[in-house]
Ligand binder design. Structure first.
Ligand code: GCU
Ligand code: CA
Length: 136
């Protein structure tokens, strides 16, 4: 479930690459290896409220690439871990919950270190479960 937003359709402060397989869409964002290098997505929410944000990434090193995640300029995670995934072709998820506003939201993942972020493939946004119809 959820809505996918490809990194190559957002703002990629680096290059959109496709040399490591397993990505979705046309590629992934290889951010510049610098503090603050980021990907920013513009996502649309039908209603205000908590959503889950799942970031698909690969980190072929053995060093964590922590990042600051912000929503509309407000930090929601100041050191989200993006640990090594074993290979640049192995993609995993980091998922956080954050409040979105109704309409357009800017979601940014920015590197905390000079290594840049992990390679970022896509963001999947899930509406809060409590907006779904009860099952009983
Ligand atoms: C390698 C790899 C890139 C990655 C980079 C990095 O160059 O091919 O995809 O982004 O390392 O360490 O950030
Ligand atoms: Ca990089």
């Amino acid at each position: 479930a959820g809505t996918d937003y490809e990194a190559e359709d957002g703002v990629c402060q680096g290059t959109v690459d496709s040399n490591h397989t397993g990505y979705s869409g046309r590629g992934f964002c290889n951010t510049n290896n610098a503090v603050g290098a980021y990907v920013e997505w513009t996502v649309s929410a039908a209603a205000a409220g908590p959503s889950s944000l799942a970031i698909r990434y690969a980190n072929g090193t053995t060093t964590d690439r922590p990042a600051t995640i912000s929503v509309n300029g407000a930090v929601v995670a100041n050191a989200q871990p993006f640990p090594g995934t074993g290979a640049w072709t192995t993609w995993e998820l980091q998922t956080i919950n954050a409040n979105l506003v109704a309409g357009s939201n800017k979601i940014r993942v920015a590197s905390n270190t000079a290594n840049g972020t992990a390679n970022l493939d896509k963001l999947t946004v899930d509406a809060p479960r409590d907006t779904q119809a009860p099952t009983t």
